[in-house]
Design a protein around this ligand. Structure first.
Ligand SMILES: [Zn+2]
Length: 367
């Protein structure tokens, strides 16, 4: 078999014929020609018979290594005049637009990136650290389901942080499929506005429920006309329970400060109480469980606050019917507002019917 024919079969790059293969000490260069006559825009499906001009553009892509050889694919491309994208170099079936790597190479890098850290990938495939990120971004965009925003009825909006909380991403999840359907950098009203701009008024009008945290930024965007003003805003149980946990921590701190003033020795025995109170009882170590028993014997405000936190957590455990949960939540609010524990009175003492799009966290509002 001739070398070009062998490489044709070996590389199996779609839509191409190998014209020439040249060997260098550490590199193989494979020159290919596109089989199709028509020119296709790299960014859309526009195709034309006529080229824009006679100028050709030499392009090259790195392909999967062949043993110890680095493999480079070279092609001479024509230019096409796309009505949408203007004059551009024609697209090729074996590589993504604007990429210096073949699809096979990029798919491998993206797969590796889900299984090992970025540094390991850079060493294994010998590419720069930033290139791994750029490749992953291209592969993800390419693999996105174009219909992913079509059937959204119940969604969740949440923020995640990275770089120790200095950078944020806003993510939108489809609760029916459990999949993330949209994401963008940032965590403010404008970030979520971009999601609704992409979703459009028609699809936004079909949203029945949106779960979110209690931050005013997302609520402000949800309430805007054409967004999700008609949808029920559900506060994520995690965030509700966190409010009670924060209230409990305030009570604990007051109690401890008072105790330390009158009986420093006793205050010391409650060292570590913070984590004991905040943790779920089933996750406590033996020592922590002993501290919890001590706190129970001591009783008082901290113990009552702990009881309230745990009771609220039970309401949101997910095993109650909506009517039971509503009833228990009402009872919880009544109990908390009578508790004489200031942080809990504040938490429970909000009006029962908050207007849509209210930016205040109100426990009794929208269940
Ligand atoms: Zn185009």
């Amino acid at each position: 078999m001739r070398v070009t024919a062998a490489f044709n079969r070996l590389l199996a790059l779609p839509g191409t014929t190998v014209r020439e293969v040249s060997f260098e000490p550490a590199r193989i260069t494979v020159t290919v020609a596109l089989r199709r006559r028509r020119l296709v825009c790299a960014d859309c499906s526009y195709s034309a018979r006529a080229r824009y001009d006679t100028r050709t553009v030499n392009s090259c892509w790195r392909h999967l290594d062949l043993g110890r050889f680095r493999l480079v694919v070279v092609a001479r491309l024509r230019r096409v005049d796309c009505p949408t994208h203007g004059v551009r170099t024609e697209g090729v079936p074996f590589a993504r637009p604007e990429s210096g790597f073949t699809r096979d190479f990029e798919d491998l890098v993206a797969w590796l990136a889900t299984r090992m850290d970025k540094t390991a990938v850079t060493q294994l495939v010998r590419i720069a650290w930033q290139t791994v990120g750029a490749i992953c971004a291209r592969v993800v965009v390419d693999g996105l389901d174009p219909d992913r925003l079509d059937q959204l009825f119940e969604i969740g909006v949440d923020e995640v942080s990275w770089r120790k909380g200095h950078r944020y991403l806003t993510l939108v999840t489809d609760h029916r499929s459990g999949k993330v359907v949209w994401g963008a950098e940032g965590k403010d009203t404008a970030t979520l506005d971009r999601f609704f701009a992409e979703l459009g008024a028609d699809r936004s009008a079909r949203l029945a429920a949106v779960s979110t945290d209690m931050g005013p930024a997302f609520l402000r965007s949800l309430a805007k006309p054409g967004h999700a003003a008609q949808a029920t805003v559900c506060i994520d149980p995690f965030h509700v329970v966190k409010l009670a946990t924060d209230a409990l921590d305030q009570v604990r701190r007051q109690v401890w400060n008072q105790l330390r003033a009158v009986d420093p020795a006793k205050a010391k025995t409650f060292k570590g109480a913070r984590w004991v109170l905040l943790k779920r009882p089933e996750h406590l170590s033996d020592t922590q469980a002993a501290t919890l028993r001590k706190l129970r014997r001591h009783g008082g405000a901290a113990w009552r606050a702990y009881g309230l936190k745990e009771a609220l957590r039970e309401v949101f455990a997910g095993d109650l019917a909506p009517s039971q949960a509503t009833e228990l939540l009402d009872r919880w609010c009544a109990k908390a507002s009578r508790s004489r524990l200031a942080p809990f009175v504040t938490l429970a003492g909000s009006s029962p019917a908050a207007p849509t799009g209210s930016t205040q966290p109100r426990l009794r509002s929208r269940w």
